[in-house]
Design a protein around this ligand. Structure first.
Ligand SMILES: [Zn+2]
Length: 321
């Protein structure tokens, strides 16, 4: 039966895969800091016969592990970053290992270990059945920040793939044709002129005023965007003390929508609002992109194939447990 060798391998290595997952859970490293987590996965893949290229795309914790040759070239996307403040023991109630320390929220420890198991199992299957093709495992950092793959795509690491597969841990396994929103994450920093706010306010130009006016403009914009769009912000710098007209202030925006074109259109208007805020307050501003990404582009042919395969192999796998 197709897939039998792979299923056998997974069945025999359940404890090993859980151990890798638990270790990454304990490491609990936040985005771009996943030094131990990425090293563990890269080392294990190397031991399993994969060729590993570390620190790709200029990111110290991104890596690519390949096995096989020729086509098809199949990509598998793995993630392993944790979130700030979610430190947690393995219990059913909230109990941090260390108060305030990072922890895994949605299971990227399982995410990384699961994809690692999948590619090694597939390698065993391809070897056994002499199947042609190349497996490419992508160690993608900082996915809680939606950031890692953006750099990797810019470096052209996905260019020659025939397809890319990924998953996310949940309470159950399923094949999804769902998407996720496209997003821009951008910081707007306004620059004004400092002055004593009581003695000589006429000489000051408040960067904070600009931030506030921009936020008001953005809040009016909400009514005139697609229903599913989301615009959120935090003020990351609002000045120092009330008696100094703030010469610098910053607001950090996320703009999300189901389609990239909607994010682009809304963002263009948000920039006009920033222009307006600067004009009203006689300030200037610059903007810095933290990240931007497309909505997930699902593939129906692949999803159908996966679904059929899951249905076919489910009973076979359950027998092996
Ligand atoms: Zn997640």
């Amino acid at each position: 039966m197709a897939g039998e060798t792979a299923l056998n391998w997974v069945g025999k290595h359940r404890d090993y895969l859980s151990e890798v997952s638990d270790t990454i859970w304990d490491y609990a490293e936040v985005g771009f800091q996943e030094f131990k987590s990425s090293k563990l996965l890269a080392d294990e893949l190397e031991k399993a016969g994969f060729t590993v290229e570390r620190a790709v795309a200029g990111l110290p914790t991104a890596f690519v592990a390949t096995w096989g040759s020729g086509s098809p070239r199949l990509g598998f996307l793995a993630e392993y970053d944790a979130l700030p403040g979610l430190s947690q023991k393995v219990t059913t109630h909230r109990e941090p290992v260390k108060e305030g320390a990072p922890g895994h929220g949605c299971g990227h420890n399982i995410f990384g270990a699961g994809v690692m198991g999948a590619v090694i199992a597939l390698k065993e299957e391809m070897k056994e059945d002499k199947l042609p093709g190349t497996i490419v495992f992508y160690g993608c950092p900082a996915e809680e920040l939606l950031a890692g793959k953006v750099f990797m795509a810019r470096a052209g690491l996905f260019d020659d793939l025939d397809c890319a597969l990924t998953w996310h841990p949940m309470g159950f396994n399923m094949v999804s044709l769902g998407s996720m929103t496209a997003m821009n994450s951008v910081k707007f920093t306004f620059h004004g002129i400092p002055a004593h706010a009581a003695a000589s306010p006429e000489q000051g130009r408040s960067a904070l005023d600009a931030v506030e006016l921009m936020d008001i403009g953005a809040n009016y914009l909400r009514e005139h965007v697609v229903q599913e769009a989301r615009i959120h912000y935090v003020i990351t710098n609002g000045g120092g003390e009330p008696n100094v007209v703030p010469p610098e202030a910053q607001v950090w925006y996320y703009v999300r929508a189901p389609k990239r074109k909607d994010v682009d259109a809304i963002f263009e208007r948000l920039v006009k609002i920033a222009d307006g805020a600067a004009m009203m307050t006689d300030t200037t501003y610059d903007m810095k992109f933290s990240t931007a990404c497309y909505d997930v582009l699902p593939n129906k042919a692949l999803a159908t194939l996966l679904n059929d395969s899951m249905k076919k192999n489910r009973s076979a796998y359950m027998e092996r447990r």
